[in-house]
Design a protein around this ligand. Structure first.
Ligand code: SAM
Ligand code: SF4
Length: 434
């Protein structure tokens, strides 16, 4: 799953401790009846090691990230409690999940029994009969035949493999614990077990990596004929080892201009191989191989419930999450969301994920869906200084806005320049625009 476009996660707002009862009141207050689409996200904050670039687990101490079975089991218990408390409540309120995504971290750090315990809680708490896709993230060296068979038997239909690179030198610099051969083996295992719908994640523009080295990695990925490829321009995020190396000038980060050219070369290679970009960074040959969880979020289809420490939810015009840094509190009380905020124009920074995600798509921010999801009028949010400054930056990097009254979008030819330029400009590191 990719991040929410040119969005930055806001600082946690004051308030919090939403309980199931309070959430139910908020749902009732929307006054909407009938079936509501829902995306389920399950967050697993464990990994075999901490990669030097990764901005998903910056606030998780390495020892906890690498937790053994005792710690994992306490976390799985907390997750199951949270799912069993909120699931029936959401089901009674008319929510029907259409997509499910397990991410992290690395969900395949769980052993098959742990996966089964969580899946049982989900099957018992939700009506999953209309589920269209269940994706799970993995690292190549985590997959075993037993795990893949267990995932398939539980109902997983799509797997996203974090390949990142095929270059041995780059994998080492990135702090990855696997080789390119492990990625090839992982794809073989998925196919052997009938999981034909899978994605390969690649990162382009790692600091210090010459453009031809990335192109060689993309070539190796294309040789595997994956149904879906995600190409993420490297995000230099403070708090990661790689960002520290950039700040110490130990490695040179690509500035926005070269990064855009590296991405454009990837676009050309992918198109030559028959892939089309349906959302910034997401490439498929056939529409049926798209990431339906990504589409659900970026198309502003409906609410999402995120289970786990570090997961984010949007329910009944509220943004809710549990901070990774509050892991111990989550274990003790998985029913309370530590941070909650009702969307309003006084805090437009809480809307960067829905707006930034939708701007990565060709359809853009559809006004009526934005209103249903957030309870706000897009034009009121757009008039705030925060969003004006943000959009001015996207415009500075070539983003051309198109507004036909139905939706506000970026001209598709300019999405990547706006997105990559914004990344470089807001990284908080000394990366230039040139
Ligand atoms: C939450 S991570 C999970 C992947 C899985 N644990 C793995 O390592 O293979 C999802 C993806 O985010 C991407 N990612 C993480 N940090 C990034 C960064 N700083 N810049 C660009 N992409 C990043 C990686 O491609 C990664 O596979
Ligand atoms: S890239 Fe994946 S394995 Fe590496 S630290 Fe991030 S979530 Fe963990």
């Amino acid at each position: 799953m990719c991040s929410a476009g040119p969005a930055v996660r806001p600082d946690p707002p004051a308030g919090g401790d939403v309980t199931p009862f309070e959430l139910l009141s908020a749902i009732e207050a929307t006054g909407e009846d009938g079936e509501r689409p829902l995306a389920i996200y399950v967050h697993i904050p464990f990994c075999a090691s901490k990669c030097h670039f990764c901005d998903w687990v910056t606030d998780v101490p390495v020892a906890r990230l690498r937790s053994g079975s005792a710690a994992r089991s306490a976390y799985v218990d907390a997750l199951c409690r949270q799912i069993r408390s909120y699931g029936p409540l959401l089901t009674d309120a008319g929510y029907r999940p259409s997509v499910m995504y397990w991410g992290g971290g690395t969900p395949t750090r769980l052993d098959p029994d742990e996966m089964r315990a969580i899946a049982d809680a989900l099957y018992e708490s939700f009506d999953l009969t209309a589920l269209r896709q269940w994706s799970m993230e993995t690292t190549p060296n985590d997959l075993t035949a037993t795990k893949v068979a267990a995932m398939r038997d539980l109902g997983v239909t799509r797997v996203s493999v974090g390949v990142q690179s095929f270059s041995p030198a780059q994998l080492r610099r990135a702090g990855r614990a696997h080789t390119g051969a492990d990625s090839v083996r992982a794809v073989g295992l998925l196919r052997e077990h009938g999981i034909d719908n899978f994605n390969l994640d690649l990162i382009c523009g790692f600091p210090g990596e010459p453009a031809p080295a990335f192109e060689a990695s993309l070539d190796e990925a294309l040789d595997l004929d994956p149904p879906h490829i995600s190409v993420y321009p490297y995000r230099p995020t403070p708090g990661t080892i790689m960002a520290m190396q950039i700040d110490r000038a130990a490695v040179g980060a690509h500035t926005a201009g070269p990064m855009i050219r590296i991405y454009e070369r990837a676009m050309s290679m992918l198109r030559t191989h028959g892939y089309g970009e349906y959302c910034h960074g997401y490439w498929v040959r056939r529409p049926e191989d798209e990431d339906l969880d990504g589409n659900f979020k970026y198309d502003l289809t409906g609410d999402k419930i995120g289970f786990g420490s570090g997961a984010e939810s949007i329910i009944a015009h509220h943004l809710l999450w549990n901070e990774n840094s509050e892991y111990s509190r989550y274990l003790a009380d998985p029913l309370g969301f530590s941070v909650s905020h009702r969307f309003d124009t006084a805090h437009p920074e809480h809307l960067t994920a829905p707006i930034g995600g939708a701007l990565m798509t060709r359809e853009g921010v559809v006004r009526q869906r934005f209103h249903r999801l957030t309870g706000l009028d897009l034009d009121d949010v757009r008039a705030t200084g925060y969003v004006q400054r943000w959009f001015a930056l996207l415009h500075d990097f070539g983003g051309r806005f198109v507004d036909d009254g139905h939706s506000l979008r970026l001209d598709p030819a300019t999405i990547h320049t706006a997105y990559i330029g914004h990344l470089a400009a807001t990284a908080g590191l000394h990366i230039g625009r040139a």
